[in-house]
Ligand binder design. Structure first.
Ligand code: PEP
Ligand code: MN
Length: 377
């Protein structure tokens, strides 16, 4: 059960103290308080954990400070929507807001190969006003003899260059708990010039020990990729692992599913699930067109398949786009054939803006036709 308190409830007030004192009298139900900073107001949610069946919604609603009561379904306890469209969602990280209404483009290198290419990439991002990027230092590869990423060695220059070019958030995959420590050490040494969103890749979606480690730390948000061969429910439960360990700043990424029916794309594009994840959970949803499509194939209309599926994700409401670019794809040590060129960045961003505008028009139309519907948080 979640108690949603009246906006800006004063935690020093007698009313609030009375509420907390009362909640402490529930022997087999503990409570956790969570604050969400919304537009101009601070919201407080209290999660009641344990056997809450005997507690009536009406009674809990009558307690001091309580505005609303939501009965939580078992699935996705922390991240779920529980059938309530107005529950708060999202978080701020290093000055950037991530929620189900935002749109951020994380264009960057699949794998860091050289300082010079990182700098070329980041300079272009700054030129086009982007504050987020993707940079892979630890690469999980199918073939053990393939390049595995530069690892901790490249982190200092990646972070310094991010600071130089105003990059606030870098999505970076980790495949082992020790990578989180290495990232923290490198951020410390370089004076925290940027932020890192820890990425857990599709091969590790159900690596429960890694999920628990990323969930225990609260410094960085986590971007979890959907498992490419498991159900959506299984992947959402993997996200819930992160949240159950304490870290609720989780982004869920769709990146295509492994099946020959997706041919000739590398994976079967699953971006029609963006609104489904929005409906079931409060997570911002990312789409990864590069790993879904896996090539630079172009249709007769002139658009690359990567751009077509990006637009499909955005028009369905995606909040982040993780996309591979490379200044010299022939030099790329990982996934060069699917990378877009830096010269294509302005075109890509214009295309993104068209799709976003269409999405915003679609939701405005739907809201106008349902005037009494609750306004989403
Ligand atoms: C990646 O984003 O570089 C990556 C390896 O993605 P995935 O885990 O989706 O294959
Ligand atoms: Mn890749």
């Amino acid at each position: 059960m979640i108690l949603i308190l009246k906006p800006n409830t004063d935690l020093a007030s007698d009313e609030y103290r009375l509420l907390v004192r009362y909640l402490r009298t529930f022997g087999n139900v503990r409570h956790e308080v969570r604050h969400v900073q919304g537009d101009g107001q601070r919201l407080t949610e209290i999660y009641l954990i344990g056997d809450t069946k005997p507690l009536s919604k009406e009674f809990m609603r009558s307690l001091p400070c309580v505005q609303r009561v939501v009965r939580v379904q078992e699935a996705y306890r922390y991240l779920g929507r529980h059938g309530d469209e107005t529950l708060q969602h999202g978080f701020d990280y290093n000055g950037v807001t991530f929620d189900q209404d935002c749109l951020h483009v994380f264009a960057g290198l699949c794998a860091v190969d050289s300082r010079i290419n990182v700098e070329r990439m980041m300079r272009a991002l700054q030129e086009y006003g982007l504050e987020c990027t993707r940079m892979g230092a630890y690469k999980p590869r199918t073939n053990p003899y393939s390049f595995q990423g530069h690892g901790a060695r490249c982190l200092p220059y990646v972070f310094e260059l991010a600071g130089k070019y105003g990059i606030r958030v870098i999505a970076m995959e980790v495949t082992h708990e020790s990578h989180i420590e290495e990232i923290n050490d490198a951020l410390e040494v370089t004076g925290h010039p940027t932020g890192v969103m820890l990425q857990i890749g599709t091969r590790n979606t159900q690596n429960f020990e890694l999920l628990k480690a990323a969930g225990r730390q609260m410094k960085h948000p986590v971007l979890l990729k959907r498992g490419f061969g498991i159900t959506l429910n299984e992947s959402l439960n993997a996200a819930e692992y992160l949240a159950s360990e304490g870290n609720r700043n989780v982004v869920f990424a769709l990146r295509g599913m492994k099946t020959n029916m997706g041919d000739p794309h590398r994976n079967f594009v699953d971006f029609s699930h963006v609104p489904v994840v929005h409906r079931l959970t409060r997570m911002p949803v990312c789409v990864d067109p590069s790993h879904s499509v896996g090539s630079r194939h172009r249709s007769p209309d002139g658009l690359l398949d990567v751009m077509h599926v990006t637009a499909q994700g955005i028009i369905a409401g995606a909040n982040l786009v993780l996309v591979d670019f490379h200044p010299r794809p022939a030099q790329a040590l990982v996934d060069g054939p699917q990378a877009l060129l830096i010269e294509e960045l302005p075109l890509f961003l214009e295309d993104v803006a068209i799709a976003r505008e269409a999405y915003l028009k679609r939701i405005a139309l739907a809201r106008a036709r349902r005037p009494n519907a609750p306004i989403p948080a």
